[in-house]
Design a protein around this ligand. Structure first.
Ligand code: CA
Ligand code: CA
Length: 168
């Protein structure tokens, strides 16, 4: 059972996913989100392949979300369906998580690690997660005091976020 705080967080999460504000999460929202992220973080000529990766990852995320949450089969995910499914199927399914969220973050990280040393600085970390709509409080809670972030740290923060840990 979810408590009130968890429900409030999920409502915020739902709005982040519902990019066009239609009141439902649909495939078009995933497309909009991928476009937005690519524009903010991978908006360079040389990033075309990584942009394709991000879009592919969001397509996978949609398929997984739809399969896990669209219980009435109308190809839309209502707030109720979302609340019901979140934290259940999607996050326990390591393979699906890898193919969607981790794949997308890996592509973004690859594009943002401009000097290719396998790490990004704090400003870049914040840019990445601000693009996803994280608040300053969430960033602080999930980044800790570090100022260098390797790919594993990026995945770590996202996992904690999705699991609802350290998530004000
Ligand atoms: Ca929508
Ligand atoms: Ca539905």
């Amino acid at each position: 059972m979810l408590n009130e705080t968890q429900k409030a967080r999920l409502a915020g999460r739902f709005s982040q996913f519902d990019c066009d504000g239609s009141g439902y999460i649909e495939e078009v929202d995933m497309k909009l989100m991928a476009d937005k992220i690519c524009k903010k973080l991978l908006n360079d000529e040389k990033h075309a392949a990584l942009r394709a990766e991000v879009h592919e990852a969001y397509r996978t995320l949609w398929q997984k979300l739809e399969a896990a949450a669209d219980t009435n089969g109308d190809h839309k995910i209502s707030k109720e369906e979302f609340t019901e499914a979140w934290g259940g199927d999607l996050l326990n399914d390591r393979e699906a998580y890898k193919k969607s969220v981790e794949r997308m973050l890996t592509a973004i990280f690859t594009g943002m690690d401009t000097d290719g040393d396998g790490a990004v600085d704090r400003a870049t970390f914040e840019r990445i997660y601000e693009a996803f709509g994280w608040s300053q409080e969430q960033l602080k809670a999930l980044a800790g005091p570090r100022d260098k972030f390797n790919l594993e740290a990026i995945h770590d923060a996202a996992r904690q976020f999705h699991m609802g840990k350290a998530n004000p």
